[in-house]
Ligand binder design. Structure first.
Ligand code: HEC
Ligand code: HEC
Length: 201
């Protein structure tokens, strides 16, 4: 009798240990597959790689699946993300999304041009009514903190932000239907200003 009770305890802890192991794949995947480019914990000073720390999980999952099914097709997506995403299961993606969402986002606070920053803040918070540009904060949050399927923009690298805003003029991110409309009223100067404002958040 006693033996049987101990045996079932043993079985339960075995099951618990293996599910704890399965739930703990994200830090290992991150370290082995992602941190070389995105930095440990999803924070990097390299302008080539987007910051991932604090990215809302639903947005993260959508992007990983768009890389994996090859529907996000800009040059750097193909070059850097298509291959690696094809090695991940849905479960891996889910766990990585939860991992990155839980990391503290960076606040670079770097303002290199005050006039640009002020223009960027104005467009981000008030929009450009006469050019049909809505205030970005309505979807992305006051300081670009992001929510659900809408990405965090605050603290993101200026170069990455500028590149993506230009990508939305074409159709290399077909899932971004809202953004295709938003960028129509933005000039090159507006894009520079918005990127300056956001990276400083
Ligand atoms: C060889 C470098 C490299 C590696 C390794 C890499 N990435 Fe990326 N990743 C990039 C680059 C570059 C981009 C930007 C692509 C673009 O501009 O379209 C990117 C974009 C992303 C994005 C989209 C971010 C956004 O704001 O839309 C996510 C999410 C992402 N990577 C997650 C990961 C995860 C998770 C791993 C590990 C499994 C990983 N990456 C490994 C280089 C890399
Ligand atoms: C109606 C809601 C909405 C508005 C308004 C909006 N956005 Fe977005 N934005 C989104 C969504 C949703 C995405 C994610 C699209 C996807 O899944 O590819 C996005 C993506 C982006 C990205 C890509 C981020 C990344 O990590 O790759 C940038 C940059 C961006 N928006 C900037 C802006 C700016 C600047 C404005 C204002 C001029 C703005 N957005 C207004 C909803 C919005």
């Amino acid at each position: 009798m006693n033996n049987r009770i101990w045996m079932s305890f043993g079985l339960i802890s075995l099951v618990m240990a293996s599910s704890a192991f399965a739930a703990d794949q994200a830090p290992k995947l991150e370290r082995q597959l992602c941190s070389v480019c995105h930095g440990r914990g999803g924070t990097t000073s390299s302008e080539l790689f987007p910051q991932l720390a604090g990215e809302p999980a639903p947005y993260f999952i959508n992007q990983m699946k768009a890389f994996r099914d090859k529907s996000r097709t800009e040059e750097n997506a193909k070059r850097f993300m298509w291959g690696i995403s094809s090695r991940l299961s849905d479960d891996d993606i889910q766990q990585l999304a939860a991992f990155y969402e839980a990391q503290s986002p960076v606040h670079l606070g770097k303002i290199s041009d005050q006039a640009k920053y002020d223009l960027g803040r104005r467009i981000f918070t008030e929009g450009h009514a006469e050019k049909g540009v809505p205030p970005c904060k309505v979807c992305h949050g006051e300081k670009g903190e992001g929510k659900e399927a809408t990405p965090r923009l605050g603290g993101q690298h200026e170069e990455y932000l500028k590149r993506q805003l230009k990508v939305f003029y074409g159709n290399e991110r077909p899932a971004a239907t809202a953004m295709h409309e938003v960028v129509k009223g933005l000039s090159e100067e507006d894009i520079e200003a918005i990127a300056q404002y956001l990276q400083a958040q």
